[in-house]
Design a binder for this molecule. Structure first.
Ligand code: DQA
Length: 152
């Protein structure tokens, strides 16, 4: 069964207690269970990984680049958190792993928030973007990835 990486960046380990008015009450383990159920219903296996460290996220993207080349991964759903707005290294990592489709996902509508959240370094490298649907955006992103890139 092909894998889908669910990748979460800084501070998303605090989902459930972090600014619930913006990010809701769902915890990261609950979100990951939703992703696993969605992927499994569509015939894929979700691997979930969260890190507060940019380099760990880059290493994971590299790992999935190799899995994708080997035909073992479909793609990635990625919420880079605040690194969205600062990290050219994440843009480079996605560009470097030729072909791996990455769907950028944000829980909140970043375009309705502070101006510094309205630029994403990741978007130009993304295969698609899901913004502002709360944690259900991850399920939409998985469904979009599967519709666009493949049957199991
Ligand atoms: C976020 C939006 C970012 O601006 C913020 O830094 C986050 C979460 C979102 O999911 O809405 O950490 O990516």
């Amino acid at each position: 069964m092909k894998k889908i990486l669910i990748l979460n960046g800084p501070n998303l380990n605090l989902l459930g207690t972090r600014e619930p008015a913006l990010y809701g009450n769902t915890t990261l383990p609950e979100l990951e269970a939703l992703c696993q159920a969605t992927a499994s219903r569509l015939g894929f296996a979700a691997e979930c990984f969260q890190s507060n460290w940019e380099g760990a996220l880059i290493d994971k993207i590299h790992d999935y680049g190799r899995l994708y080349q080997a035909g073992a991964a479909l793609g990635c759903v990625f919420n880079p958190g605040a690194l969205t707005h600062t990290s050219i290294a994440l843009f480079d990592a996605i560009q470097a792993v030729a072909g791996l489709p990455v769907i950028e996902c944000h829980i909140s509508n970043v375009h309705a928030r502070e101006s510094f959240r309205q630029h994403s370094w990741v978007s130009p490298a993304a295969a698609g973007i899901v913004i502002g649907f709360g944690v259900h955006g991850y399920a939409l992103a998985i469904e979009g990835l599967v519709r666009k890139y493949g049957a199991p």
